[in-house]
Design a binder for this molecule. Structure first.
Ligand SMILES: [Zn+2]
Length: 298
């Protein structure tokens, strides 16, 4: 078998094809936000819970217990915080996490929060054999619909591991939006092979992700080197930038990460700070995607 060509040997058509699979098209940044608000805030919680060790075939009761913390302390603290501020958010569930905690996902949905797709067991899409991602994503979508009572309209790939097959799966499911790709600060339309898809991308970023700053692994050098006060400073600066530009501030968090006593306060202060501006609109990812799709300049 001939050896595959090296990237520097690729013809132009090849690197253009690779780049064009799920590329950023026109900006969907709206001229204004609902109620004439200056800026939009959209909070999301990836309720991974026990699926992180399970995904790695890691049967350690200790690491499973760190995930269960998300159900026992993280989500209850987050629900209380959202209720106190009168704000709703988007919760992305791996299907296995939802099956382990059906009472949690039902309560989260009943409080008006959005439930979104987040893999079957937090598998990494780019490592799966052909066809498996599609089967798992379809099964996960059906599972969430059954548990939460409503079919999800949005997806966040686990670990934002959007594969070369993901776009076709999103189109097959007829989803409104994805939230895995990072080509902008504001919403944009996804292109597939140069063609507009009508799918809204709500870009996350590792900068606006709690796990980046707080994760640790006992048997590696990974430690939470960033104190909560510094994480608060980074998130505040990202919010202030969105406010100054009239854009979107989208924040990704994890109940088992942000839910700890030393960390939940930073989220509380961030939400209070944004609300105190008086002209900030809080929407779920679904609400933001619909607003952007309907109100973006043509
Ligand atoms: Zn996740």
């Amino acid at each position: 078998m001939a050896e595959a060509a090296k990237p520097w040997e690729w013809p132009e058509a090849q690197w253009r094809k690779i780049v064009g699979r799920a590329y950023a098209g026109r900006s969907l940044a709206p001229k204004s936000w609902p109620g004439g608000a200056r800026c939009a805030v959209s909070l999301s919680f990836d309720a991974d819970h026990e699926t992180i060790p399970l995904r790695d075939s890691d049967e350690s009761p200790m690491r499973i217990s760190q995930g269960q913390y998300g159900n026992r302390q993280g989500v209850p603290r987050i629900r209380k915080l959202l209720d106190r501020h009168g704000v709703r958010a988007s919760f992305f569930y791996p299907a296995v996490s939802a099956l382990l905690h059906p009472e949690e996902i039902r309560a989260v949905a009943a409080e008006g929060n959005e439930i979104g797709i987040h893999s079957w067991i937090h598998e990494a899409n780019t490592t799966l054999p052909p066809g498996v991602e599609r089967e798992l994503t379809l099964r996960a979508t059906d599972t969430l619909e059954k548990l939460a009572g409503r079919r999800p309209v949005g997806m966040r790939t686990a670990s934002w591991d959007f594969s070369i097959d993901t776009m076709n799966i999103i189109r097959e499911l007829g989803l409104l939006y994805d939230s895995s790709l990072m080509a902008d600060d504001d919403a944009y339309e996804l292109l597939a092979d140069g063609e507009p898809t009508g799918i809204v991308e709500l870009p996350p970023e590792w900068i606006r992700d709690d796990a980046v700053y707080f994760n640790m692994l006992r048997f590696s050098g990974l430690r939470p080197y960033t104190p909560p006060s510094a994480v608060e400073e980074i998130f505040m600066a990202e919010f202030e930038g969105a406010y100054a530009e009239g854009g979107l501030f989208l924040l990704t968090m994890h109940p088992h990460v942000i839910g700890h006593r030393s960390r939940i306060g930073l989220l509380d202060r961030l939400v209070a700070h944004a609300k105190a501006k008086g002209d900030v609109w809080f929407g779920t990812h679904e609400e933001v995607a619909r607003w952007c799709k309907d109100n973006a300049p043509a």
